[in-house]
Write a new protein. Structure first.
Length: 203
């Protein structure tokens, strides 16, 4: 049970981080256009504009990853960490949607708002999801113990062969004697004694 929950937790973790990375990758071109401000392609200003989004995104990813790890051990981050996270998220949103707001296009505003907003929500959810799934792993019942190995049963023929092997001509075969030499039950010892009497103890 716990292994199944842990497997789901890993899948959820990977999916959330994949969504966050794709969302940040989508915003990169819009942030670059915002930073380039119409500079000629391959110019110094145009090339340097590509550095702005990774600079903000890498800081954000570092904070998110640190929060996820510390949350597993119940350690809360300080105010500066939370401020840095929300500042980087807000900066990404503003730079990504600035041109859409300036153009006054509602469609562009929605288009450029969805990726950063998904990143915002996932950034808050991924830590809590991992924390709750970790709690589910700890709370899930342990796997049931494996069944005890079955004990092979001794057949009538086995008991009879064992009695024949130890019988000597001077032995008086009785149920009590059969039980003593074979360890069989009281009910079975009578049948074994009768069988030995019928065959004369022949093997």
């Amino acid at each position: 049970m716990s292994e199944s929950v842990e497997r789901v937790a890993r899948q959820v973790d990977r999916l959330c981080w994949t969504g966050i990375l794709l969302g940040l990758a989508f915003t990169m071109t819009n942030v670059q256009q915002f930073a380039a401000a119409g500079a000629p392609v391959w110019s110094l200003a145009w090339s340097a504009a590509w550095l702005l989004d990774p600079m903000v995104s890498l800081v954000l990813l570092a904070i998110l990853r640190a929060e996820q790890v510390t949350a597993r051990y119940g350690v809360r981050m300080g105010g500066w960490v939370r401020t840095a996270k929300w500042f980087t998220l807000a900066a990404t949103y503003v730079m990504n949607t600035w041109s859409a707001f300036v153009a006054g296009s509602a469609a562009l505003v929605v288009l450029h708002s969805v990726p950063p907003l998904v990143v915002f929500v996932a950034a808050e959810a991924v830590t809590e999801l991992r924390d709750k799934l970790g709690a589910a792993v700890n709370a899930s019942p342990s796997a049931p113990p494996p069944p005890a190995p079955s004990v092979p049963r001794t057949s009538f023929a086995d008991y009879l062969a064992a009695a024949r092997a130890v019988r000597t001509p001077d032995v008086k075969v009785t149920p009590a004697w059969v039980r003593k030499v074979t360890g069989c039950s009281r009910g079975l010892s009578s049948r074994l004694a009768a069988a030995l009497a019928e065959d004369g103890g022949r093997s």
